[in-house]
Design a protein around this ligand. Structure first.
Ligand SMILES: [Zn+2]
Length: 185
């Protein structure tokens, strides 16, 4: 080794080597802090950082997903009174020999939250105001509706009539149970 050449010590094998060496001639170790894309150690470091960030992101994402899936859900009960029936209409129709009752209408959600499986119950009365029939869209029913915050949603509840057509006079629709839109299922 010429005397005027800069030298350094290889960090791996401790041999004295030229300062400009990218690879130690003794142990083939790539020398640190040589900023070059041809240095596989640099590429490995970049890949390691990339994977660390990707895995960290995936863990955070999974955490949010699980929180959404199994975390605490907003209880519907305090908000029930903020779901109001805007309009509703009853129609009675014969399907073959069966009389069916359909109640269609619109509800409005005055709360700041979205709800799903909102159950609705139509109570049907005779001309004397006596309750003669009840039909429901319960939370297990496909008729349970989704209501977005400060929005309206249409509904339709349908059932076989239990009384003769002439008995039905008036009706009123009530809001039943509902679920946080994030609740699963
Ligand atoms: Zn070496």
């Amino acid at each position: 080794m010429a005397e005027n050449e800069q030298i350094k010590i290889c960090p791996l094998c401790a041999e004295t080597i030229k300062a400009a060496a990218k690879v130690c001639p003794h142990c083939r170790h790539w020398q640190p802090r040589k900023w070059s894309f041809s240095n596989p150690q640099l590429l490995q470091s970049v890949a390691s950082v990339f994977w660390a960030v990707a895995i960290f992101g995936a863990i955070i994402g999974l955490g949010y997903f699980l929180e959404n899936l199994i975390g605490p859900k907003r209880d519907f009960a305090p908000y029930q009174s903020q779901i109001a029936v805007v309009s509703s209409e009853v129609s009675l129709q014969m399907y073959g020999s069966n009389l069916t009752v359909d109640v269609v209408g619109v509800v409005t959600n005055k709360s700041n939250f979205a709800w799903k499986n909102v159950g609705l119950e139509a109570r049907l009365f005779d001309k004397d105001g006596k309750l003669i029939d009840v039909i429901q869209a319960s939370d297990s029913s496909y008729d349970g509706i989704v209501v977005l915050p400060h929005a309206e949603a249409g509904f339709k509840i349908h059932s076989r009539a239990t009384q003769k057509e002439s008995e039905y006079a008036t009706h009123k629709v009530f809001v039943g149970t509902g679920k946080d839109i994030c609740a699963w299922p």
